[in-house]
Design a protein around this ligand. Structure first.
Ligand code: SAJ
Length: 440
């Protein structure tokens, strides 16, 4: 099948689609294309996930508006079917790949899942089919990893026996369907014709810009946009620590800095977690390993942001000289406010640091089952409370009850969350990240 024929089938929506990896990216994408009338086969390695989907049940935790209903509808209509078996993809014209692409402790990208998916797909890939990598990958991966695996394992040439694209996803937990429809995407093709066919495909589910590009540009856009955010957050965090040292209030400084045009200073905080921001800078930095360019700012920003949970311990120790034998109430475990997503959560590092000092962490999080429960019961007998995640529920804290429960009226605020006057008038000793001003 030529790219022109494939393009036509896409336009007619007669092209059979497949999505490999039915996680928080792949499953919503598969369901959205199915809703548009495409026949979609989804492949995953987890049997229980496949079974849930085929029963019309969403396996994705957390509040994702509209997703459960969408999945139920497209499974019921027979447009979406999940399977463990790659053989079910043999008639597919387009295959999207949404498998995990983690980095290891040495910050090197690990592509086991990607390699396995590509090899299994190669064994059944239809002649002339289009393969699109949606996972976030290190710039250069399309040319140096994906292309060789497909050509070697199919025995066919890219651009003739199959077509190949990169279309990085832009999603955010809690807004999966909304972001997929609303956010622009880069469609990187092996040729302009392939990129045009990809635009035609994605125009079914994306209502925003679809910008055509080559592979390296598409790979760079995704990793650069998240690295940009990480560096911006690191700047805010380092400024917060400077303000502490100078007895200033970073929140007031930030408010006035932002009055200057183009100074959109981000928020200092107790740490930077999640599935994207802590990982993607390493994918970008690794892309030039061994080449004649020194990458200094990106690792330095990661170092600052990774330090913030330890800095929260430093703030605690400005009041409690020794933490040994202390009980500390940790408010928030999820990496993001009003989310149950705990991937790479700053609180996990903060708790490890507490325990290394011989303290005990009493963790509360209304969104994380393991840590839900009565906040004041958990506070009972604790030497301090430390706010790590800005869950809205913590706006309703009854300071009188909290004060009665705690052994010490000590609060550490890692997210500029509470009004400092109100808290101090409630009789608390309040330590605020970034604010060592006299009234702070
Ligand atoms: N954080 C700060 N200060 C800030 C912003 C965030 O400390 O000013 C912390 C958060 O507490 C969290 C971490 O950084 O622990 C990440 O927060 P995030 O707002 O970046 O949320 P994520 O991780 O869901 O990022 C995703 C990314 N989207 C994609 O990868 C497609 C990111 O590029 C988006 O900017 C972000 O969603 C968004 O806000 O949409």
């Amino acid at each position: 099948m030529s790219i022109a024929e494939l393009h036509r089938k896409i336009e007619e929506r007669s092209a059979k689609l497949a999505v490999i990896g039915l996680g928080y990216v792949g499953l919503p994408v598969a369901a959205l294309f199915a809703q548009k009338g495409f026949s979609v086969s989804g492949v995953d390695v987890k049997a229980e996930r496949v079974d849930l989907i085929n029963r019309g049940i969403s396996p994705i935790e957390g509040k994702e508006p509209g997703l459960a209903e969408l999945i139920g509808g497209v499974v019921q209509s027979g447009k979406l079917r999940a399977t463990l078996d790659y053989a079910d993809l043999k008639d597919c014209d387009v295959v999207l790949i949404d498998v995990e692409t983690p980095v290891n402790h040495a910050h090197i990208p690990e592509y086991e899942a990607l390699r396995a998916a590509l090899k299994s797909l190669s064994a059944v890939l239809k002649n002339g089919a289009l393969v699109v990598i949606e996972s976030t990958i290190m710039p250069g991966t399309m040319h140096n990893v994906v292309l060789p695996i497909l050509e070697e394992n199919t025995g066919r040439k890219c651009g003739q026996g199959f077509f190949l694209g990169n279309c990085p996803e832009r999603v955010m937990p809690g807004k999966l369907l909304q972001n997929l429809a609303a956010m622009s995407r880069v469609v990187g093709g092996d040729s302009p014709e392939t990129a045009a066919a990809m635009r035609s495909l994605y125009s079914n589910i994306v209502q925003s810009d679809l910008d055509t590009a080559d592979w390296i540009t598409a790979e760079l856009v995704k990793t650069v946009e998240n690295t940009y955010r990480d560096v911006q957050i690191a700047f805010a965090n380092e400024t917060a620590m400077i303000c502490e040292a100078l007895g200033a209030d970073v929140w007031r400084v930030r408010e006035l800095v932002r009055k200057s045009p183009g100074r959109e200073m981000l928020l200092p905080g107790a740490g930077v977690g999640g599935h994207c921001i802590p990982k993607d800078p390493w994918l970008l930095a690794s892309s030039v390993k061994g080449l004649d360019v020194r990458v200094r700012l990106i690792p330095a920003a990661r170092d600052i942001n990774s330090f913030m949970p330890n800095h929260m311990l430093d703030l605690l120790k400005t009041r409690l000289s020794s933490l040994k034998g202390r009980k500390i109430l940790v408010l928030g475990y999820a990496y993001l406010e009003d989310s149950d997503d705990t991937r790479d959560a700053p609180s996990s590092y903060f708790i490890k640091a507490l325990e290394a000092e011989g303290a005990q962490a009493m963790v509360h999080d209304p969104f994380v089952k393991e840590y839900a429960g009565d906040l004041y019961e958990k506070a009972s007998g604790c030497d301090a409370a430390v706010l790590m995640t800005a869950h809205s529920e913590y706006r309703q804290v009854d300071f009188k009850r909290l004060k009665a429960a705690l052994k010490n009226c000590l609060l550490v605020d890692g997210r500029n969350f509470w009004d400092k006057t109100a808290v101090m008038e409630s009789g608390f000793d309040l330590v605020r990240l970034g604010d060592f001003s006299r009234q702070g």
